[in-house]
Design a protein around this ligand. Structure first.
Ligand SMILES: O=C(CO)[C@@H](O)[C@H](O)COP(=O)(O)O
Length: 227
């Protein structure tokens, strides 16, 4: 089980189930957990915040039932995160991340209300920011969330090309995090650029196609961790 308050010796790898085969999801998840994945990244898309749909609460509940000891990192790419925090927590999420962009135009301090709501469920809380969003936009949440998640592709789809400019934002923000918070990256990461993202200050790597699409998933996970 991942403890976000502890810095891992090597980056943790969390395969994104968006790249799994949904007809054999349970087997795919079992396989990557067996082959060294530290947890599973669960991408939730509402077709509004991002131009795509993914999965909902029943899949999260089924995953938790089948994998009682696995770590599930839920990433809400949705316009109204407050509607989904409790349902995903009840379904078995360990951690819930929402987007700072989803708080734009909402009432003042909406992000703090969301963090409080997530923590009240017993989950840890994370904040995500898209490639065009500055590090300064989330800096006020240092000390309030257990995870910062930098999107290194425009959210909505797996298999996109890594946006290297995101590394500058990670270099800027990661030194400001307390030892008890983690920095995660998501999108276009695999063995070829894992070393660069780790050097920039990331200690949790979401990898979809680079893991589920690899001919040897154990080797892919090991290579991402090794950097
Ligand atoms: O959230 C997203 C995309 O919105 C990611 O989790 C991707 O699904 C990661 O997939 P790869 O880029 O690693 O294939």
């Amino acid at each position: 089980m991942i403890d976000l308050s502890q810095k891992p010796a090597q980056p943790l790898v969390l395969p994104s189930i968006l790249a799994a085969d949904f007809t054999t999801l349970g087997e795919d998840v079992a396989d990557v957990l067996d082959k060294g994945a530290d947890g599973i990244h669960v991408d939730i898309m509402d077709g509004h915040f991002v131009p795509n749909l993914s999965i909902g609460v029943p899949i999260m509940a089924s995953l938790r039932k089948r994998f009682p000891d696995a770590y599930f990192d839920v990433h809400l790419m949705v316009t109204n995160p407050e509607l989904f925090v409790q349902p995903f927590a009840d379904a078995g999420a360990d951690h819930i991340t929402f987007h700072i962009e989803a708080t734009a135009g909402r009432k003042e301090n909406h992000e703090f209300d969301l963090i409080k709501q997530i923590k009240a469920t017993g989950c840890t809380a994370g904040i995500s920011f898209n490639p065009p969003t500055t590090a300064a936009s989330v800096q006020h949440l240092v000390g309030h969330v257990e995870m910062f998640l930098a999107m290194s592709v425009h959210p909505g789809f797996g298999g996109q090309k890594f946006i290297p400019e995101v590394l500058d934002k990670i270099r800027e923000l990661s030194p400001k995090l307390p030892d008890t918070a983690r920095f995660e990256i998501d999108g276009g990461v695999g063995p070829v650029n894992a070393g660069d993202v780790a050097a920039a200050g990331v200690d949790m790597i979401v990898a979809g196609s680079a893991v589920f699409g690899a001919p040897d998933r154990a080797a892919a996970i090991a290579a991402i961790k090794a950097g």
